[in-house]
Design a protein around this ligand. Structure first.
Ligand code: NDP
Length: 441
């Protein structure tokens, strides 16, 4: 479609280095062409042109003093992408590889993901090029405090509500919320992912991984299957990966692997509950590496995608599965890709997988459980009423089922559901309808 091609060319001319952002826009816009063709107002009101420009980009210096007394300088960002359906909402990522491109891609994706949850949340994302690996707790605290010294001016419970992402877990949110509270003089829901002891929701830390598996269960059920005995390969060993593994084991699926940026851990007969508990302790408490774990087969420098499995669950980072990995998965007869991470499968890999009948369950739907429970945390903060873990988990299950059903409805092909397209159309439609209602804004 000409309008879509013109915009794709326009953003690659204007922002030639923002490759992840181009990829994210291309994937969404090409999928929603059937919807745009039936809605003249999308072109008439320049909805696509407006959707690719963030409402605003905030970029700032984070200078801070490390434990040795040295001053270090990092770059921080917050991309407030689109608040058509609610206050900006989306995580903060601390990783040395990030740039404005990363946050534009993530903020754009977040806008449609949040729309799928049916909760009132717009899209935003942010973070810093800070590398927390090997840092002392004191350094992490100083950095988080310095980051919030600037960020607090741009957030608030009804305006922009950040949360965690890669490199930002409960510890970092605690340091940042402490500083936010001090600077603003307010105790409110301006950040989610807080500890339940000071306003956080139970199940928030589990929500993304659990939600991913609830989504998968719905998709399997739609196809007349279930999880029992299914072999699963997981990448990553962080928040999403570990909780996805926990839920899979609980459902009697076989978890064959976890990985980190240095290698993968292979459990030929499936990981046991006890082994997973030890890995939780290694990663969350000791903050160690998978290579330090003595059980399982540690494969130095190797990704897990060559391990034969029925279900692949990428939970590390973007573009983990490209053409080569996709071909290996196809050769090994993998039937489902469950994107726990954001955009872990490249567009080309998705094409190859779809052509071979592999179902790709897209991140913006699969991992929306995290932001959904963040939304529920906002509700609890606004009403001053904490919910029980059971209540949050039930609500999470309901939301994941609804997102699954929205994706099914959005798929043009009803014989073989295209979940990627279904998610894109359902999310896009909600945001576009709100933007059209506001006129030219
Ligand atoms: P964590 O920081 O807890 O864990 C990330 C894991 O991925 C680590 O094991 C890390 O290994 C690995 N990893 C990171 N970068 C790379 C890389 N370039 N190559 C190989 N491995 C890598 O992050 P989360 O689990 O929170 O997030 C994982 C993904 O899920 C991200 O895409 C995130 O955006 C997405 N997501 C997270 C949500 C949440 O609630 N946490 C919500 C929705 C999406 P190492 O330690 O070696 O770096």
């Amino acid at each position: 479609m000409q309008a879509v091609q013109t915009i794709l060319k326009d953003i690659s001319d204007k922002y030639p280095h923002e490759r992840d952002f181009h990829q994210a826009v291309k994937e969404v816009f090409e999928d929603v062409i059937p919807y745009i063709e039936n809605n003249d107002d999308i072109e008439k009101l320049s909805i696509l042109e407006r959707m690719v420009e963030p409402d605003r980009v905030i970029q700032f210096r984070v200078s801070w003093q490390n434990q040795k007394g040295e001053i270090e300088v990092n770059r921080g960002w917050r991309v407030q992408f689109n608040n058509a359906i609610g206050p900006y909402k989306g995580g903060l990522r601390f990783h040395p590889s990030v740039s404005l491109d990363t946050f534009k891609f993530l903020g754009f994706e977040q806008t449609f993901k949040n729309a799928l949850t049916s909760l009132p949340m717009g899209g935003g994302k942010g973070g810093a090029d800070f590398d927390s690996k090997g840092r002392s707790d004191a350094d992490i605290m100083s950095f988080c405090h310095a980051f919030m010294l600037e960020l607090h001016k741009h957030i608030g419970p009804d305006y922009d509500v950040p949360a965690g992402d890669i490199g930002v877990g409960g510890r970092e949110i605690g340091y940042m919320f402490g500083m936010y509270k001090k600077l603003s003089g307010r105790f409110d829901g301006a950040l989610t992912g807080k500890s339940p002891s000071f306003g956080g929701s139970l199940i928030r830390k589990e929500a993304t991984g659990y939600g991913a598996i609830y989504f998968l269960e719905n998709a399997l059920k739609h196809n007349g299957e279930d999880l029992k005995g299914k072999s699963c390969v997981i990448s990553g060993a962080g928040n999403v990966a570990l909780h996805a593994a926990k839920k899979l084991i609980e459902k009697e699926a076989k978890v064959l692997s976890l990985s980190d940026s240095k290698g993968s851990l292979y459990f030929k007969d499936g990981m046991s509950k006890d082994q997973l508990e030890e890995l939780f302790e290694l990663k969350e408490i000791k903050r160690g590496r998978l290579s330090e774990y003595s059980q399982g087969d540690y494969r130095d420098g190797q990704e897990p995608w060559d391990i034969e499995c029925e279900i692949a669950v990428p939970c590390a980072t973007q573009n983990e599965i490209s053409e080569e990995e996709a071909k290996t998965l196809i050769k090994n007869k993998t039937k489902w890709i469950v994107e726990g991470a954001n955009m872990p499968t490249t567009a080309q890999a998705v094409k190859i997988l779809h052509a071979e009948g592999v179902s790709v369950l897209p991140g913006k739907a699969v991992n929306a459980g995290g932001v959904s429970v963040s939304g529920l945390e906002r509700t609890q903060n606004a009403t001053y009423l904490p919910w029980t873990a059971e209540k949050v988990d039930e609500k999470l299950k309901e939301i994941m089922k609804d997102i699954h059903d929205l994706c099914v409805d959005g798929s043009v092909n009803q014989e073989k559901i295209n979940y990627v397209q279904g998610a894109n159309i359902a999310g896009f439609k909600r945001v576009a309808e709100a933007m059209m209602a506001y006129g030219s804004l």
